[in-house]
Design a protein around this ligand. Structure first.
Ligand code: MTE
Ligand code: MO
Length: 307
């Protein structure tokens, strides 16, 4: 596991009034951050066991779940290029001292992106190993100054049917926009990141540009893409897949080989890339292999009931 202590960010550094920061400037920061970290062999060795090679970039960027662009794995790469991601406004609300409408650039400004190589496990039982570039979620959330009443944080994806064909589909069963949430202690865990890049480049649109959540010990549907709203709440927020099929998808969604999905086993997974002749099946690990780091978050909880 790679953890680099983020520098403390004075809250005075962000203002709802946008100070203009060019995208190019941020790209430069991003590449400096990720190149610097890639050079750190200690950090990388701790992040990834040697027997787990990175999934090729071409697979990570063309085999996607992003239902706003369609339900086929190839729909996101086919359609997401239509999406306008600049400017990108983010609404911050709820139990927080600094609510407002922010520019995405202002929210990430001054926070150092880090490269994090994580296993990524979809609830559909396929998985990848991905070199994300992200910002520790805790550093981002704390600069917004959640109040003492905040127990959860809710994230919402962009609602823009004109650019997201899946949102105008007559066959969609999702009540858009896509929403997800975390308990605040889960969000503050050092493994939780807000991702802005992939393979050392800016995050592709089909993967959730300009930023998306990554919570590596949970099934992929928790890792919500293209976020436009962050709301701090006292009560547990709703999450899209739980609304859609509450018996199949819970709020916690921790990767758990011992608890089957009602329609398939979660004991193993297909590690991409697979071929017709080699499904590349490997055993699924509890908490996706991050149990040592995160199991204490769920001490005393029945994980079969809280699936
Ligand atoms: N807004 C939004 N976020 C989403 C989804 C989605 O359909 N819409 N799909 C989720 C699911 S099920 C998975 S497995 C991951 C896939 O991320 P990837 O395409 O970058 O691999 O995104 C998650 N985040
Ligand atoms: Mo998924």
């Amino acid at each position: 596991m790679l953890i680099r202590k983020p520098d403390s960010i004075p809250s005075s550094e962000i203002t709802p009034e946008s100070t203009y920061v060019s995208r190019r400037h941020f790209v430069r920061d991003l590449s400096i951050g990720s190149v610097g970290l890639a050079a750190s062999s200690i950090a990388r060795a701790n992040t990834l066991p040697l027997d787990e090679p990175l999934t090729p970039e071409r697979i990570i960027t063309s085999y996607n779940n992003f239902y706003e662009f369609g339900t086929d794995k190839g729909d996101p790469v086919r359609h997401a290029h239509q999406l306008t991601t600049a400017p990108w406004k983010v609404k911050v609300s709820g139990e927080v001292a600094k609510p407002g409408e922010y520019d995405y650039e202002d929210l990430v400004k001054g926070l150092t992106p880090e490269e994090r190589i994580y296993r990524f496990r979809c609830v559909e039982a396929w998985s990848m190993v991905v070199p994300w570039t992200g910002i520790p979620l805790k550093a981002l959330l704390q600069r917004l100054e959640p109040t003492g009443n905040a127990k959860y944080v809710e994230f919402t994806t962009l609602l823009r049917p004109s650019e997201m064909p899946g949102q105008r589909s007559l066959f969609t069963s999702i009540d858009w926009p896509y929403v997800e949430g975390l308990r605040l202690d889960e969000a503050y865990h050092p493994l939780s990141i807000m991702v802005v890049g992939l393979y050392g480049k800016l995050l592709p649109k089909q993967n959730g540009a300009p930023w998306r959540l990554i919570v590596p010990w949970k099934y992929g549907f928790k890792s919500i893409k293209s976020i436009v709203q962050i709301r701090f709440t006292e009560k547990k927020p709703k999450n899209t897949w739980n609304i859609l099929a509450p018996h199949e998808y819970g709020f916690y969604a921790n990767v758990n080989p011992a608890v089957s999905h009602p329609r398939w086993s979660q004991a193993s997974e297909r590690r991409l890339p697979t071929t017709l002749f080699n499904q590349n099946r490997i055993p699924t690990l509890a908490f996706n292999g991050y149990g040592e780091e995160v199991a204490s978050l769920y001490a005393g909880m029945n994980l079969r009931r809280n699936f």
